[in-house]
Design a protein around this ligand. Structure first.
Ligand SMILES: Nc1ncnc2c1ncn2[C@@H]1O[C@H](COP(=O)(O)OP(=O)(O)OP(=O)(O)O)[C@@H](O)[C@H]1O
Ligand SMILES: [Mg+2]
Length: 209
């Protein structure tokens, strides 16, 4: 399962709360984040996200994320799934469709084809898109004192297009569910639980509350 959404939507917070829930239920899981999670992925993350001074063409940006994804799938995701654990991923392919497709304006079909190569055809059971207005996400980041990364510095229009992309993709694709990300972390977590119990009942049948 994958948590998605714009910056500050609460992905990392909800991933941790979801992990705590699985732990309490006795379901083995691993929590990961893209584009990090592997040594080469962290190095790529440092170039593509943490250096606002760099000018990176959209195609280069796409290839960097996909390069990190290949390593993530091989080194992290597949071994976790082969062990029979639940994988909670903080971002995956849907981020690429939303950011590089809708946000940067690269051709979506092309992006999908290249992503299929990078991900080796691996697709998650479900994407939960934490749906929050861009400015609310920004306000949360600001309140936490987080400085803007390179993508956030791409401007309001860029992130608006990303948010719109997520909502559009959720309307057309099978395995995407929007979750209202407003309210307290606990309120959002309660919604996440509801969606997961409904969509993946066999996984969560052993969770008593
Ligand atoms: N429901 C919430 N209400 C208020 N603040 C929240 C909520 N959820 C998370 N936060 C806070 O907002 C900030 C951003 O949350 P978080 O890091 O989980 O978002 P994210 O989607 O992972 O962001 P990024 O895309 O930058 O990784 C954090 O400081 C977090 O503590
Ligand atoms: Mg995060």
């Amino acid at each position: 399962m994958v948590l998605e959404g714009v910056e500050g939507a609460g992905k990392s917070t909800q991933a941790r709360m979801l992990g705590d829930w699985l732990e309490a239920c006795g379901i083995p899981f691993t929590l990961t984040r893209e584009p990090g999670g592997t040594e080469v992925g962290e190095a790529i993350r440092n170039v593509v996200q943490d250096r606002p001074e760099l000018t990176i063409p959209p195609e280069t940006e796409l290839l960097l994320y996909l390069a990190a994804r290949t390593a993530f799938v091989k080194e992290v995701a597949l071994p976790v799934l082969e062990r029979g654990e639940v994988l909670i991923a903080d971002r995956f392919s849907l981020s690429t469709y939303a950011y590089q497709g809708y946000g940067r304006g690269l051709d979506l079909d092309q992006v999908r084809r290249m992503d299929r190569f990078a991900a080796g055809g691996l697709a998650p059971d479900i994407y939960l898109v934490l749906d929050l207005p861009v400015e609310e996400g920004r306000a949360r980041q600001k309140a936490a004192g987080k400085r803007e990364d390179r993508l956030e510095s791409s401007g309001e229009g860029f992130l608006e297009a990303v948010g719109k992309g997520y909502r559009e993709l959720a309307r057309t694709e099978e395995n995407i569910r929007l979750v209202d990300a407003r309210g307290t972390p606990l309120e959002v977590h309660t919604r996440v639980r509801e969606v997961l119990r409904r969509e993946l009942p066999e996984t969560f049948v052993i969770c008593k509350d």
